[in-house]
Design a protein around this ligand. Structure first.
Ligand code: PXP
Length: 237
C-alpha cells in the first residue's frame, strides 16, 4: 500500500495571510523524506490553496510522484497538459464546497470527460477518476480508458456504526469489481489515524491519498513525524 500526501492545507495556511511561507516545496521535501510515495495537490478553479506557480515549482523539485487533482475546467486542464504530472485525478468541483463532497459523475458526464482523459493519456499521464463506490461509475471509468480510479472514502469516514459498516462494504465491493475490470484502485478523503484499519484490509487498494489529518497532526508533531506515523499505521515502517 502506498501513501500519497496531500499538501493542499499547507497552502491554505499560506493563503490565509498571503505570506510566502510555509513553503510548499519544503513541505513536499519533508513529506518525501519521511517516506511519502507521492505528493498530491488540488489546483482548484478558485485557487483557494494551490496556485499554478506551486504546480510548476513542485514539478521541478518533487523526487517522488506528482498527483494533480483537478476538475474538468479548461484553464486547469491546460496547466496539466503543460506541466504533465505523473498522475491526474479528475474530481468534481463546486465553488462553495469546503472540500470535494462527492465523486465524479463519470457515467453522466462521459462525453465531456473523454477528450480530457484522452489528451492526458496521450501525454503519458496516468489518469484516475475520483468516484463514489458505485458500480455504474466504476464501469464508466473502465470504459473511458482511465487506468485508475480513486474511491471516495468520505461517506465511510463520516458514517458511524452500521452505516459505516455498509459504506465499508460498498468500498470493498467496488474495489473488487474494479480490479476485475482491470482498473487499479486508490482511495482517499476523510481518512485519518483512527479510521484507517478497515480500509487497509481491502486487498485491491494501491495508494491512499491523505491530506487533512496529516497536516492537522503536523501542527503538534511536525510534518515529518505526522507522515511517519501514518506510514507506520499502514505497515510501511
Ligand atoms: N483524494 C481526493 C480526490 C481529494 O479531493 C482529497 C481532498 O483534496 C483527498 C484525497 C484527501 O482528502 P483529505 O484531505 O480528507 O485526507
Amino acid at each position: 500500500m502506498r501513501l500519497g500526501v496531500n499538501i493542499d492545507h499547507i497552502a491554505s495556511l499560506r493563503q490565509a495571510r498571503g505570506t510566502p511561507y510555509p513553503d510548499l516545496v519544503e513541505a513536499a521535501a519533508i513529506a518525501e523524506r519521511a517516506g511519502a510515495d507521492g505528493i498530491t495537490i488540488h489546483l482548484r478553479e478558485d485557487r483557494r490553496h494551490i496556485q499554478e506557480s506551486d504546480v510548476r515549482s513542485l514539478r521541478k523539485t518533487l523526487r517522488t510522484r506528482m498527483n494533480l487533482e483537478m476538475a474538468n475546467s479548461p484553464d486547469v486542464v491546460a496547466v496539466a497538459l503543460e506541466v504533465v504530472p505523473d498522475e491526474v485525478c479528475m474530481v468534481p468541483e463546486r465553488r462553495l464546497e469546503l472540500t470535494t463532497e462527492g465523486g465524479l459523475d463519470v457515467a453522466g458526464k462521459f462525453a465531456e470527460l473523454e477528450p480530457t482523459v484522452c489528451a492526458l493519456r496521450d501525454k503519458g499521464v496516468e489518469v484516475s477518476m475520483f468516484i463514489d463506490p458505485d458500480m455504474r461509475q466504476v464501469e464508466a471509468s473502465a470504459r473511458i480508458g482511465a487506468p485508475y480510479i480513486e474511491l471516495h472514502t468520505g461517506a465511510y469516514a463520516n458514517a458511524v456504526g452500521t452505516a459505516r459498516a455498509e459504506e465499508l462494504e460498498r468500498i470493498r465491493t467496488a474495489a473488487r469489481e474494479a480490479a476485475k475490470l482491470g482498473l487499479k484502485v486508490n482511495a482517499g478523503h476523510g481518512l485519518d489515524y483512527g479510521n484507517l484499519a478497515d480500509i487497509l484490509a481491502i486487498p485491491e487498494l494501491d495508494t491512499l491519498n491523505i491530506g487533512h489529518s496529516i497536516v492537522c497532526r503536523s501542527v503538534f508533531v511536525g510534518l515529518e513525524n505526522a507522515v511517519r506515523e501514518m506510514l507506520r499505521l499502514i505497515g510501511r515502517e
